[in-house]
Design a binder for this molecule. Structure first.
Ligand code: ATP
Ligand code: LTN
Length: 335
């Protein structure tokens, strides 16, 4: 690539709603680290998105810091990438207002995440929950990001961000890059260990359903031992075998082997042995993250330095785009 050619910009965010799960790691964050080699990367903790669900302020603050440390522990290099906390850069919220004015009520009403979360939090269906995807579009468009690595559950939100970009460009003239989603081939949707038709989620009420990336080995082994399978005996990837399919997918992600290789390795073996092997593989896979996280959490001053530097760099980049968008709309210059 020549010096004048712009490297592609990768951007993604994660909500600080708890310790990340194996699903978050496999479906999203582990790819973030790998992409740093080739692209200009921007990663942030989406604390503004997180307050669409009511939070206790003290534990929310703690979780945001822990989530930031976790992203670094998962391989984000804060020197190479821009790694920051969303609320530290006001430009996301600024652009979000503008984009809200080119987004239709009907489009937001169709978002399945809104429908799910509204059903789950029926006593607090706030406007932020409804306009959540507009803020997400602003997160992406304010850096003119080219590629957005996310899990499958965020596909609909990305489609909306693309539609918003196209509409703005049509109305006001070429302005925003229309972003592409980047979905992992294997592991785009890791399922719950207890109900393998549902996605593995941070906020599942059943503690055995979800593997957290900071779980110790004993906990991981216990959760896999209890993982739901089926009444068949064969370890193969097939329709209707959701539990086994999920375990094969997890094993493949943790070891780098293909599903076919995994099926061959376990041909003729029992489910019990298979579950132990998956547990072992996951524990080994996550061990370096746990060690690095403990090291980082011991050095809060360093973490603060990193997120401050990240926010400043993010602000500078996004401000150029925001200023240009304001001009296109017809807002009056003041400098
Ligand atoms: P919650 O359960 O609280 O809604 P979450 O686990 O879905 O949270 P998010 O912060 O919404 O977490 O997601 C962070 C990233 O992880 C997103 O890119 C999302 O697509 C991805 N992701 C979430 N769950 C899974 C999963 N089970 N499998 C693969 N990727 C996932
Ligand atoms: N909505 C996402 C988190 C998120 C995000 C973003 C992802 C907020 N803004 C911008 C990619 C790009 C989620 O819940 N996983």
């Amino acid at each position: 690539m020549s010096e004048t050619e712009r490297k592609k910009v990768i951007l993604s965010g994660i909500q600080p709603t708890g310790v990340f799960t194996l699903g978050n790691y496999v479906g999203a964050i582990r790819n973030w680290g790998a992409l740093q080699e080739e692209f200009d990367c921007i990663y942030f903790i989406a604390d503004q998105h997180a307050i669409t669900v009511r939070k206790d302020p003290a534990s929310f603050r703690k979780q945001t810091i822990e989530s930031y440390a976790l992203t670094l522990a998962c391989g984000i290099d804060p020197k190479r990438s821009i790694a920051f906390i969303q609320s530290h850069n006001p430009n996301h919220a600024q652009l979000s207002w503008v984009l809200g004015c080119v987004t239709q009520f009907g489009e937001l009403s169709r978002m399945t995440q809104f429908k799910d979360k509204a059903a789950k939090h029926a006593d607090d269906i706030n406007a932020g929950l409804f306009t959540y995807p507009v803020l997400m579009a602003a997160d992406i468009l304010t850096y003119n990001a080219d590629v957005v690595p996310i899990g499958d559950d965020q596909r609909q939100h990305l489609e909306l961000a693309r539609n918003i970009a196209v509409r703005f460009n049509q109305r006001y003239g070429e302005m925003f890059t229309v972003p592409e989603g980047y979905y992992p081939k294997v592991g785009a949707r890791i399922k719950s260990l207890q109900e393998p038709t549902k996605k593995m989620s941070k906020s599942d009420d059943n503690p055995n359903a979800t593997v957290f990336i900071l779980d110790d080995k004993d906990t991981i082994m216990r959760k896999f031992k209890r993982a739901v399978t089926d009444s068949d005996t064969e370890i193969r990837f097939a329709e209707g075998k959701d539990g086994i399919n999920n375990l094969l997918t997890i094993y493949s992600c943790a070891t780098g082997k293909t599903i076919a290789e995994a099926e061959k390795e376990f041909a003729g073996k029992g489910y019990g042995d298979f579950k132990l092997a998956v547990g072992e593989a996951v524990a080994d896979y996550l061990e370096p993250v746990r060690t690095e996280y403990a090291r980082l959490m011991d050095d809060k001053a360093y973490l603060k330095e990193c997120w401050t530097d990240g926010a400043q760099r993010a602000f500078r980049l996004s401000n150029k785009v925001l200023t240009k968008a304001y001009r296109k709309i017809g807002f009056v210059d003041y400098r």
